[in-house]
Ligand binder design. Structure first.
Ligand SMILES: [Zn+2]
Length: 84
């Protein structure tokens, strides 16, 4: 069992490029080829790393940043946590 003092978010903000209204989407849903629907205007957003959509690019960047942070905290945690 792991105790994380600051739990990384499981959702990030995605900006819809059609209606410009941000919404929250689960990180695990944001991956190459995945599609989510904007809850405001129902636009289907396809996550692709070569998408010209700025909102998609930002979402990818954010997910990468959070995943890197999670890896770092896992490494740190396993070093300190076992000394009980
Ligand atoms: Zn929208």
């Amino acid at each position: 069992m792991q105790l994380a003092p600051s739990k990384p978010p499981d959702k990030i903000r995605v900006l819809c490029t059609k209606c410009r209204v941000p919404f929250r989407e689960k990180i695990k849903n944001i991956r190459e080829g995945a599609q989510v629907q904007c809850p405001t205007c129902n636009k289907l957003i396809t996550f692709s790393s070569d998408s010209a959509d700025l909102g998609v690019q930002r979402a990818f960047t954010e997910v990468r940043r959070i995943k890197n942070g999670m890896l770092l905290s896992i490494h740190r945690g396993s070093g300190d946590g076992v000394m009980d």
